[in-house]
Structures are given as C-alpha cells and as structure tokens.
Design a protein around this ligand. Structure first.
Ligand code: SF4
Length: 783
C-alpha cells in the first residue's frame, strides 16, 4: 500500500515488519510515546544487541506519514534514562515519603497485593479499592478491565482530575446528542490520506479550545491540520492565546477563558437570525431546532462581545464564514471540558456542527467509532466481571447520572476524593471507606489533580497504595507502598485504536524487570480472579479482544506483520443505516436524530439546551475577589516538549524548556514592573506557585496563562521533587464543578502575580505543604 500525501521517497522504505540493515535489525511498529501520549505513531526502531539505537518516523505509516514529535525523536533518552524503575520495590508504611525502598521479585509483589486485596475485599468490600489512571499511557482500556476483572471493584477513575475534566464531558454530551463521538475529518480514516478521492479538503476548520499542533490530543495529529491548510483550508481559531495556528487563522476569536458557551451561542444566534443554516439537514436529521433558536435568541453578538471580550463584528464575521464554508470541520478540545460549564458549552458546539449540516460528510465532523468496533474504552463487555449490585456502589453514579453516558464506567473523581476525606460518610451510595489505591500511569499531584496539596493529603490517607510507573514520581514517593516498573512502547505487546485505524505495538526489547502495563494487569487478574483471564500472555488477551469483542477477522500476529490496518470507511452512515442497532437510517439516539434539545437531560434535572453560566470565580461573578486578584488565570496549555508531567527528567528536552513559564502580555508586565524571564509568584486565595514570565503580546492584558505538570526530578526525592513549588494546581480547586458533574475551573480562575524576592520566598510552597501543615483556606465541598 502506498501512503500518499507525504514528501518522502517511499522507494527507500520497506513496508514489511522487520528486516536487516547493516548491523541493525529494523522493526516497523507503533510507538506509544515515551512514556505517554494520546496517539501511537508509526516508527522504525533500529536495534543492535537487544538495544534500540535509533528511531525514525515510518513514512509507510499513513497515520503519521513519517512525522514524529521531538518527544519520540528523543526516545532513547527516555528509554535508557538512569532514573527508570528497574525492579519491583516495596516500602514500609511508616516510611512513606522517605527514599527507603527494598527490591523484591514480581512474585513477592503479587503475593503482597493478593494478600492485601483479599483482606480488603473480605473486610470492607471489593468497592473499597480504587483503580486510578492518568492520561495517555495506553492504559485506558487495560486498567478498567484490570479493575473490573481482577480487583472486581466498580471504582476505576481518572486520578483526581476534578470534574473528570478531560474527554469524559465531551464523550458524554456527544453520546447523548449524536449517539456517538464526532471528530473532524483530516482524511485520517482513509489509507491513502490526502490524495484520497473520497476526502474533501475542508474550506473551514474551526479549532476550538485546543492547539493540536502541540497537543496532538485525543487520537488526532496536529500536522494533519497543517496538511489541510497547505491544500487550502482556512481556520477559525477560538483561543485566548496567540499561537502558530491562531496567527495564521482567517478568524481568531480571542475569548475570555471560560466564556465559550456564550460565544458558541452567539454564533448560533447569527446563523439562525441570518438564515445561514442547512435547513434540509435540520429537517431530516435533527430534533429540537426551535428550542435551540429560542435558547440562543438573547445571546446576541453584542451581548457575547461584552461577556467574551471579543469585538462584536469578529463574532458575526466568523459565524458567517463557519456557516457558509463547505465543508466545515469542527474540532474542539480539552479547554471545553476544563470549565464548570463543560456540558452546556459542548451542547452549543454540537449544535453548530449540526445546524450547518456538517455531520459525517467528507471534510466535516465524522461520526466515529473504534476501528473494527473493537471494544476499547468503557464499551460493551467491559463491565461483565462486576455485578449489578457492585455497579450500584460506584461512587458518583447516583449524584451525577450523566456519567451513565459516553465513557461511562468510571467513578467520579471529586466524589472519590470526598469519600477518602470523610471515610465514606459522603458517598452517594452505600457508605464504605477507601482502603487501597491501584495507581497506574498517573502522577496526580504533579499533573492532573486540582488542588494538589489537598489531593496529596488524601492519597497519603489511604492505607495501601500500589503505583505502576516508568520512573520515580512525586506521587510514588509520597504514597506508594509497592512500586512496579512499567515497560515503554518497544518493550510491550499491545494494540492501539483511538479511533482509527488499528495498530500493533510490538515488543522488541526488554528493560531490566520492567513489565508491560498489559502483562501486569493480566497477572493481577490471573492471581485474583483466574476465570476471567483470557490466558496468561498479552497475546492471548489481545487475541480475545480481536476475536470476541471486535469485527476483525485476524489475530495479533497478522496485525503485528501489517503494523497498521484500515477498516473500510463510510461517510453519511446515518443515511445508510450504519449507525443504529435496528439497521434503520438515522443516528443512534432515542429520536434517531441529532438531538439539539436533549430530553434526557431535562428528565435528569439538567438543561436540555445550551445556556451561559459565568465562571464561578471571575471579574463579574466575584467582583470583590477580582479586586484582590485582578488577572484571569488559564492553565494547562500544552508545549512541544512535554506531555503533562512527563519528560522533565530528559536533558535534551529540558534544555529546550528548562523552567515553568507563565505567559503575560508585555504591557501588563510593564505596569507591574516585571521583565521577561523574571520569576513571579502566581497567587490566589487558595495558594501560590512560582513560574517565569514569558511575554505573549497576543494575550489579553487581563489574562495570564500558566503551565501545569511541573516537578523537578533533579531535586530531593524526599522533598517530593519540590512538586508544589511551581505547581499551578496549588491554585485550582476540587469540588466546584458543573451541575452535570462534568467540568472544573482549570481554565478560568483569578490570580495576581508579583515578583519573587528573597524576602517573599523564604517558605516555599513545598515547605508549606510538607512542613507547615499546608495552606489554610476554606475548602469547597460538593453541593
Ligand atoms: S504524537 Fe508525537 S509524541 Fe505522540 S506518538 Fe506520535 S510522534 Fe510520538
């Protein structure tokens, strides 16, 4: 198969799985970036004497077309970093926080786990064990299965990401409104990519709340957008920050963070008032258009302009372009999830795609499923190993019923936190304490946990903790009793399909005693509940998935040889009866249409149509607070170098980006007497952290953008690698989430900044947390 659309001389590259090239054995496979990423790109590993010595992008792989990010290009540093965990280790409970580890064997580790789990199951119930996952480590189908089949607990969850503010909000509202997931069409479903006759170059790509060039988030590569731009696509970019994409956009809407719903509703207002919608599509394929028209009636561009800090005419112009450009692809990201109004904002964005008729058309927004309908994430068959009675004990399911949709089989993170804090007294189901955490591929206190110092207290309160990771992390140092070394991409067999096509990850090297995430979970299930295990080897598990939970007619060995396989793709599936269980035309919703008005939401006490809610802490909702903290704070923008809290330990990567950065408009800095490169304290009513000023003249003078994920692997492990010093999640909050249970204010808080001096830096945030009893303020509680 010839992959078109890249500029490589493909004659020079082979498309077989492995071959000899001089001293090197070359392997074509898929790399799950070291160690985490949302993708899985085609690579060539050059192996000598059992060691990878070189990596290249694989031009024969139509997913990434030969292109690799700097993180994968620097993979050797990652794989052979001296700080990687080499052996299972244990530590005495009373030595938590101390660097006092004892090497043990895998069998000893499993013995300890089995004994503890059985004791907890017998005395407290299976549900007293929580399995926690981070993002991006290719453990999102493995850990849930290990939790349900092995631990037999219903409580697997994202690791303290308040409001489950990543992907779950999107997946839930998309499932309710469209019956599926939507993603923008950059030809990624078609093996011959940009040259495919079926694909149409989008006239407009609307990119809302994400920067795919840096993040490559959610099974989607940013350079696909660049390829579309080269072929004529123009951008509508909705982002508070100027970046490479917004600088090149036809329309850049620089909104105040957290006001996305108002902007989306105003865009709908223009489209509807000016009759720019696709009325044929609306008539045939949507439900509730009149309700939407009414819901957005008052959100005029003039009103949205005041709310969002965007010129009125810019909103009107962008709306007209989005409505008239054919096709128009909508792509939205995590910024929508990371605000308390995640759900109503998602509702408005789906309405935009639907009223313009840009659904499942070439170059539009695609209705997508996993390749070969393979059952990954939390889909069919995943929960077979837990009883209905157990499911009733899942934390947060009663309080937030919307969690039964989309990526559904997860306990709610804020409810889990409160459950730990109150020994189960605050549970929304039967009361039980949390006695054990299984933490795999997550480092919450350095990365995703809002209110990190509060979460630090909580994770240390749990009596028994197992951490599975590739390096020693602040989280592991803080609370692990057992630490298991995980393998990296070239050291494990696995499969990858987020969403399309299906790819093989193949084990070609070993690293000391590190085991693949899949093997560890399979071993766990074989120990605890062998009847649920599909075998003893990962290949058995993957073959079981392919044979019994997918439409594939091949096994892992075939996939490994092919590296990447593409099922047949269909556009306009709703017209062809390819979406509904009954085989009839339509969407997989109760009405068979895209539900612009969602009756299910109304029946569950939520708004059936979009609405605007001011961020909970803002210049308008908390004017007194704003006097003290006069800057709007948005956090968590991605960089080229780092994947969340990862890669800080790699010298080459760190040389590009040595310090945490807060972006500020130079004029704001001038008013505050600050220079580029100054270390500043970023502070609000909860806490503070320090980062260095980076000028961003494109940022609104009233907004600052701070990085997340910072810890300092070069510093003392017993000070938790100074994880709180530059941690922007000292300032974020838990338990202040959207009514649907989704969304927390990672993107829309208030703060002030001021220069770090010797006098005001005597007590660091890490010292405050570890030595002084933490920061004192009133903690929010779930209402
Ligand atoms: S998106 Fe980048 S970091 Fe992720 S697997 Fe592909 S090349 Fe590696």
């Amino acid at each position: 198969m010839v992959v078109k659309g890249n500029t490589y001389n493909l004659e020079l590259y082979k498309d077989m799985y492995t071959w000899q090239e001089g001293d090197y054995q070359v392997f074509r496979t898929t790399q799950w970036s070291a160690p985490g990423c949302h993708n899985g790109c085609g690579v060539l590993f050059y192996v000598k004497d059992g060691k990878v010595e070189k990596i290249e992008g694989d031009p024969q792989n139509g997913w990434n077309c030969g292109t690799l990010c700097m993180r994968c290009l620097d993979i050797l540093e990652s794989m052979y970093d001296e700080n990687r965990l080499k052996y299972p280790m244990k530590r005495a409970y009373e030595d938590r926080g101390k660097n006092k580890w004892e090497r043990i064997t895998w069998d000893e580790a499993y013995d300890i786990i089995e004994e503890k789990v059985r004791y907890i199951q017998k005395n407290y119930g299976h549900e007293s064990i929580i399995a926690e996952i981070g993002t991006g480590r290719n453990v999102w189908w493995q850990v849930p299965w290990g939790c349900f089949a092995g631990l037999q607990s219903p409580n697997q969850t994202g690791a303290f990401l308040s409001g489950d503010s990543c992907y779950s909000p999107r997946s839930s509202i998309l499932a309710l409104m469209s019956g599926e997931y939507l993603t923008s069409d950059m030809s990624q479903m078609l093996p011959d990519r940009y040259e495919s006759k079926e694909w149409v170059v989008p006239e407009c790509i609307t990119i809302w709340g994400c920067n795919p060039i840096m993040s490559n988030g959610d099974g989607y590569l940013g350079h696909w957008i660049v390829e579309a731009m080269k072929r004529g696509s123009e951008l509508v970019m909705v982002d508070p920050r100027i970046n490479w994409l917004s600088a090149k956009a036809k329309h850049w809407l620089r909104l105040r963070p957290g006001t996305d719903a108002a902007l989306a509703m105003a865009i709908l207002n223009v489209m509807i008032k000016e009759k720019l919608c696709d009325y044929d599509f609306i008539e045939k394929w949507t439900y509730g258009f009149d309700d939407i028209a009414k819901a957005v009636e008052d959100m005029t561009p003039a009103r949205a302009s005041e709310i969002c800090w965007i010129p009125e005419q810019d909103i009107i112009d962008a709306a007209r372009f989005m409505a008239t450009a054919k096709p128009m692809a909508m792509h939205w990201g995590v910024a929508i999830d990371q605000q308390p109004s995640a759900t109503p904002t998602g509702q408005a964005l789906i309405c935009i795609a639907a009223v313009t008729g840009q659904i499942d058309n070439p170059g539009g927004s695609l209705v997508t499923r996993s390749a070969y309908n393979i059952s990954l994430f939390s889909q069919e068959g995943f929960e077979d190993n837990i009883t209905e009675e157990q499911k009733e004990k899942r934390l947060g399911m009663h309080k937030y019923p919307m969690r039964g949709t989309g990526i559904s089989a997860m306990a709610h993170t804020d409810v889990v936190l409160e459950s730990i804090e109150t020994d189960g007294a605050s549970n929304d189901c039967e009361q039980y304490p949390i006695m054990m955490q299984w933490m795999q591929g997550c480092n919450p206190i350095a990365n995703m946990a809002a209110e990190a110092p509060r979460v630090y207290e909580a994770i240390c309160k749990v009596p028994f903790n197992v951490v599975v990771d590739v390096v020693m992390t602040p989280t592991a140092m803080a609370c692990a009793d057992l630490l298991l070394p995980a393998a990296m991409g070239s050291e494990r067999d696995s499969i990858r399909a987020w969403w399309w096509p299906l790819r093989a990850i193949t084990k070609i090297t070993d690293y000391y005693e590190a085991h693949g995430d899949e093997q560890i979970l399979l071993d766990l299930v074989n120990r605890l509940n062998p009847s649920a295990a599909p075998g003893e080897e990962v290949k058995d598990w993957v073959n079981d998935l392919l044979a019994n939970h997918s439409e594939a007619d091949f096994d892992f060995d075939y996939l490994k040889e092919k590296v990447i396989v593409w099922p047949e793709w269909h556009y306009y599936k709703h017209e062809k009866g390819l979406l509904r269980w009954d085989g009839e035309p339509g969407f997989n919703t109760p009405t068979g249409k895209i539900e612009l008005r969602v009756d299910w939401l109304e029946a569950n006490g939520l708004s059936p149509v979009p609405f605007y809610e001011e961020p909970h802490e803002s210049p308008y909702s908390t004017p007194e607070l704003y006097k003290e903290y006069p800057l709007v704070l948005t956090t968590g923008a991605r960089s080229y170098e780092y994947f969340h809290s990862e890669h800080r330990n790699l010298p080459s990567i760190r040389a590009f980006h040595p310090d945490p950065l807060v972006e500020v408009n130079p004029e704001t800095c001038k008013e505050l007497g600050l220079e580029e490169g100054d270390w500043v304290w970023i502070e609000n009513q909860r806490s503070r952290c320090r980062q260095r000023i980076k000028f961003n003249p494109g940022l609104d003078k009233r907004v600052v953008a701070a990085e997340h994920g910072w810890w300092f692997p070069e510093s003392d492990p017993e000070r938790l690698f100074n994880v709180f010093d530059s941690n922007i999640n000292n300032l974020t909050t838990q338990c202040d989430i959207g009514k649907s249970g989704y969304g927390a204010a990672y993107k829309c808080l208030l703060c002030k900044i001021y220069k770090c001096t010797e006098e005001n830096s005597v007590i660091t945030p890490t010292a405050q947390v570890l030595d002084k009893g933490g920061f004192k303020y009133e903690r929010k509680r779930l209402s």
